[in-house]
Write a protein that binds this ligand. Structure first.
Ligand SMILES: CC(C)(COP(=O)(O)OP(=O)(O)OC[C@H]1O[C@@H](n2cnc3c(N)ncnc32)[C@H](O)[C@@H]1OP(=O)(O)O)[C@@H](O)C(=O)NCCC(=O)NCCS
Length: 196
């Protein structure tokens, strides 16, 4: 018996690798060359294309499509109806629809993407990055940065736990869990505590 759960209305194509404890809910579709880690949750109407890799403990909310070229590391949160893209200049008359045409988008460990945000392809969301609801992300997002708006800009910083960071005059901030962060310049924040 499979050690993951697939709702009876979902399709998981033959060959797909699904990690232990993962749950795939109503009307979702996972293609045969996709790889999902352990203990992930795919909500309703989620699509996972061939060659997509999803790490462990990821949460993909309703109506999200992971197209070829998307890589999610562990603990990535994709909010409802957020959109990934994988072709930069799509044209119907001159299709760009082979693996060579697809850009890679990498979402690193612990990053969150808010509801209805759009991630233009070919970028990296670094560890713990936070994309606000409705943002359109066109550039790489530094670790722990909060980006919002169209195009998305850095509006603040958030700890791995999810606290907005307030830095003192020396550039240090401590979140509610006692984890310390240091701001080294306008677009770089480092987590100082090695504990996750
Ligand atoms: C980005 C976010 C974390 C900021 O939360 P916060 O730190 O409590 O921020 P505030 O509500 O105090 O807002 C701070 C400023 O950012 C602006 N702002 C907040 N969210 C924004 C968004 N999504 N887009 C643009 N601007 C936003 C506010 O208008 C405010 O601006 P002001 O200072 O000019 O008034 C939050 O608004 C957000 O978007 N969360 C995502 C929620 C989501 O999508 N969940 C998914 C599943 S439930």
């Amino acid at each position: 018996m499979a050690d993951y759960f697939v709702h009876e209305s979902a399709y998981v194509d033959e060959g797909a690798e699904i990690g232990k404890g993962t749950k795939i809910w109503h009307f979702s579709h996972v293609m045969g060359k996709a790889r999902l880690g352990q203990h992930c949750i795919l909500g309703q109407n989620v699509f996972v294309a061939n060659q997509v890799t999803v790490g462990n403990f990821c949460k993909i909310q309703n109506n999200v499509s992971l197209y070829e070229g998307i890589i999610l590391e562990d603990y990535v949160f994709c909010g409802p109806s957020m959109v990934f893209t994988n072709v930069k200049t799509p044209r119907c008359e001159f299709p760009r629809n082979t693996s060579d045409d697809y850009f890679t988008t990498l979402v690193k460990r612990g990053a969150s993407i808010g509801a209805n945000a759009t991630i233009v392809c070919g970028i990296t969301l670094h560890e713990g990055a936070f994309v606000a609801a409705g943002a359109v992300v066109t550039k790489n997002v530094p670790a722990y940065a909060i980006v919002a708006g169209v195009p998305a800009k850095i509006i603040g910083w958030m700890s791995a736990y999810g606290d907005v960071l307030v830095f003192n005059t020396k550039g240090y901030a401590t979140d509610s869990q006692g984890v310390m962060y240091r701001k080294t310049n306008d677009d770089c924040v480092q987590k100082l505590d090695s504990a996750r």
